[in-house]
Design a binder for this molecule. Structure first.
Ligand SMILES: *[C@@H]1O[C@H](CO)[C@@H](O)[C@H](O)[C@H]1NC(C)=O
Length: 213
């Protein structure tokens, strides 16, 4: 083997090695299929109930805020509700099963309240104070403000039940970017109501419930 050929081989080997290391790093954090509370794979773009692990109750929509009618709607946590709303996690780039660390929109479907604004969850400004950082409907799919991802909850309360947290990642849905800060979605009390917010406190741990329809 002459010198130029062997250095050529070395360069190729080096490229393959570094690329596979890089690839492994990426895939080890991403691309895990999300499971519901019974361990079944969660379907992309299909309705599920969202149950909170620590406090109980479900996520739902409300069409009132401070006793006034609103549209778009607020996304809230009701600790006393065991039915809640129906939410579809819709990945940007459809696949059969929902995966962690993939950018997606969260669609509330028809709220049956007469509100005709868009049903996608949105955050006006993740870094603003409430109410700017609180989640409402009214967003546009594949937009910065409606860009979320599902992440495995770091220390599940019950290791046998798959649990998750939601992050808001505005820059991940910008074309050509794919990186940037993600904000943990947590519960924040506003006007006496438990709202969903990007304010950087503890994320809420939740499970997916398949609906019995
Ligand atoms: C988001 O939540 C995780 C898990 O609780 C925590 O480790 C991390 O520090 C939080 N990030 C921010 C920005 O608060």
């Amino acid at each position: 083997m002459n010198t130029s050929l062997s250095s050529y081989v070395l360069i190729i080997l080096f490229t393959i090695t570094t690329q596979s290391i890089f690839f492994t790093t990426i895939t080890s954090v991403a691309e895990v299929v999300v499971k519901d509370a019974t361990g079944k794979k969660v379907l992309d773009n299909v309705g599920y109930g969202l149950g909170l692990v620590a406090s109980g109750g479900r996520i739902k929509l409300t069409n009132t805020d401070n006793k006034k009618k609103i549209c778009p709607l607020n996304v809230v946590h009701d600790p006393n509700d065991n039915k809640g709303g129906v939410f579809m996690f819709t990945m940007v780039g459809y696949e059969k099963y929902l995966k962690t660390s993939r950018v997606l929109g969260i669609d509330s479907g028809d709220s049956k309240t007469g509100c005709t604004k868009s049903t996608f969850w949105t955050i006006n400004d993740a870094e603003a104070k409430a109410p700017g950082n609180l989640i409402t409907t009214g967003g546009r799919f594949e937009d910065e403000n409606t860009c979320f991802q599902v992440v495995e909850y770091p220390k599940p309360t019950n290791p046998k039940v798959p649990s998750y947290m939601i992050q808001h990642c505005p820059e991940h849905c910008e074309s050509g970017s794919g990186l940037g800060t993600c904000f943990n979605v947590s519960i924040y009390e506003h006007n006496g109501v438990k709202r969903l917010s990007s304010v950087g406190t503890t994320p809420f741990e939740f499970v997916f419930y398949k609906l019995s329809t």
